[in-house]
Each structure stands twice: as C-alpha cells, then as structure tokens.
Write a protein that binds this ligand. Structure first.
Ligand code: NDP
Length: 309
C-alpha cells in the first residue's frame, strides 16, 4: 500500500516532508517512480499529467492537494472506480476570507491608485466609499464562498450570495439558480467569484454577465481562470462599465509575460495566492482518508463526479 504524489508544477518536497514527519513508516512515492505501480492505492494530485493514472491499476482514491478538484476531474482517463476527494481546511478558508476582504477594502479606498501616484510624488486625495455603502455579490456559497460572505458582512458590507439552491446564511440574502442570476448581479457593486470550475460555470464571467452589474462595478476572481472570458473583461473595463478587477487565477499560469492583463491600468494581479494549502495543515485529513480507505470506510470531503465539485 503506497501513496504517490502526482504533480507537474508544485514543489512536492514540503508535501513529502509533512507526510513523512506525520507517518515515518509510510511508503510515499513521487511520480514518475520505477517501483511496482500496482502497490500504489492512493494518489495525491495537483495538475497531474493527463492519463498518468492509467498505469496504476489499484488506485482507489485520488486526493486533490487543494480545495478545487477540476484539475483531477478533467482527466478523460480518470479511473472509473476511484473516489476523488478535496481539501477542506480552516486555514485555507480563513485565508480566503481575509484576502477577499483586503481586496474589497483596497478597492473602496483606492489603494492601487495611491501607489501609482506615489511613484510620481503626486498628492492626490480622493473621496471614498464605506462598506455600508456597498453591496457585494458572492458567486458560490460553498466552504469558501459562505465564509467570505460572512467575513465581508461582519466588516460592514451588505452581502448577497448565489448558489444552485437557496441556503440559510446569517444576514446574507441568497439567490438560487440561473433564473435568479440577473437579480443577483444587478445589486453587486463588487462581484466575487468563488465557484468551482464545471461545464456550467466555465466562462460565466463574460460580457453578458458584466453588463448586468451596476455601472462602475468591481470584479474579483479568486476561483479559476477559465471562469473568465479575458477579452470580455478588457472590453467592459475599456468601455467604462466596470471600474476595475482583481484577478488571482488565470487560464494559463504563470500568466504569460505578454498577456494584456499585466499592463492594464485597472487590473490588479496576484499569482494564485488567495489561499494556499499548507501541507503540514492538511496531511492529517489526507492520512485520515488513507486510513479510512484501508478500513473500507467512507472517505471525507468526497467530490461528486456528477456535479463536478
Ligand atoms: P464548494 O464545492 O464548497 O462550493 C461550491 C459552491 O458553488 C456551492 O455553493 C455551489 O452551490 C456553487 N455552485 C456550483 N455550481 C454552481 C452553478 N452552476 N450555479 C450556481 N452556484 C454553483 O467549493 P469551495 O468553496 O471549497 O471552493 C470554490 C473554488 O475556489 C474551488 O473550486 C477553487 O476553484 C477555488 N479556490 C481558489 C483558491 C485560490 O487560491 N485562488 C484556493 C482554494 C480554492 P450549492 O451550494 O448549491 O451546491
């Protein structure tokens, strides 16, 4: 029984160390590995090479190394009977709350503008809005979206949320399903995307969606780059409908040096750091699932292959 780490872009050394510190006797391998593939029963994956699981006949669980599992589910050769799991972690959740709060407040107070003027030694006081003057719309009310909604509400914002079904969330008005989307968008001065990437959410941040937001709205995408139609964002910024955007995720990461987002004056870019999985913080839940698998018990944080999240 072995665990194998499949990842193309992550530095896997902290993961190896965290697993070995927690369980020194465990056989943990890193793909590719020349030993007997049939011994591997548990995969830990982040942007694995497509089709890599094909040669591992006994993989029973594929654990995403992050909260999203889209990178696992998009593999057309995903083993049919393997359970896919994801990370649900207090640190990850908390970090997403503080990060989106920071972006929303930075937008209200115009901090990016002051940085630009500071470079030219220009004293440039501007009027600002307070959280109470602003409604935030959070797309996706799962583990992260619900927490972000509460964090913003507790800091004085009026918060609406959108999900597939209505759900009770303290002080947050929720909108459900495609038919409620126009109403939800019409009230969102700041739109935060925290949807999982699925066939029905891909490209959802497009021209038609942006057109339904109030004039001067601000867009924050911390979910996946494929949610956003890049050209549509630039068009809606350039025609003045949108005030600006903060983007943490991109169709291609790292964002290519020639991408127009880099030089757009009203787009702020961060390199997919909204909330980062800390190996030491999550190996406990990964090993708990590994143990549950040996005992044939139901695993935690299972992703629905049918829903795609
Ligand atoms: P969850 O699976 O817990 O929640 C997903 C939410 O999206 C649910 O509320 C669900 O609705 C809603 N949803 C899904 N499909 C639709 C749809 N078609 N229409 C309306 N609502 C929909 O996900 P998390 O909150 O844990 O994570 C969200 C995403 O954040 C991840 O998938 C990942 O891509 C991204 N992420 C980004 C990070 C970063 O650093 N930038 C870090 C971690 C995650 P319902 O409740 O009705 O099922």
């Amino acid at each position: 029984m072995s665990i194998m780490i499949f990842s193309q872009r992550k530095d896997v050394r902290p993961w190896l160390k965290a697993l070995q510190d927690a369980r020194p006797d465990l056989d943990v391998r890193v793909y590719p590995d020349k030993r007997d593939n049939s011994e591997v029963t548990f995969a830990l994956a982040w942007n694995h090479p497509m089709g890599a699981f094909r040669d591992f006949p006994n993989i029973k669980c594929i654990a995403s190394m992050g909260a999203g599992a889209d990178h696992v589910l998009k593999d057309p050769e995903l083993p049919q009977d393997a359970v896919v799991t994801r990370i649900v972690d207090e640190n990850l959740t908390h970090d997403m709350g503080t990060f989106t709060l920071a972006l929303a407040l930075s937008h209200l107070r115009g901090l990016t503008g002051y940085k630009v003027h500071e470079r030219s030694h220009v004293w440039w006081p501007q009027r600002y809005k307070r959280p109470a003057d602003v409604t935030v719309g959070v797309m996706g009310l799962g583990v992260l979206g619900a927490h972000v909604a509460q964090t913003l509400r507790l800091n004085g914002f009026t918060v609406n949320g959108w999900a597939t079904a209505a759900r009770p969330l303290d002080g947050v008005r929720t909108f459900a399903g495609a038919e409620a989307l126009p109403d939800f968008l019409a009230q969102a001065d700041i739109l935060i995307c925290l949807l999982p990437l699925t066939p029905s959410t891909a490209n959802i941040l497009n021209k038609e969606t942006f057109a339904k937001l109030p004039q001067g709205a601000y867009v924050i995408n911390v979910a996946r780059g494929e949610h956003l139609v890049d050209e549509d964002l630039v068009e809606m910024l350039d025609n003045g409908h949108l005030a600006g955007a903060s983007l943490d995720v991109f169709r291609q990461e790292p964002l290519p040096a020639a991408h127009p987002f880099w030089s757009h004056p009203r787009i702020d870019i961060t390199p997919h750091i909204a909330s980062t999985t800390e190996p030491a913080s999550v190996v406990g839940q990964i090993l708990a699932n590994y143990d549950r698998l040996q005992r044939n018990e139901a695993l935690h944080h299972v992703v629905s292959r049918q829903k795609g999240y």
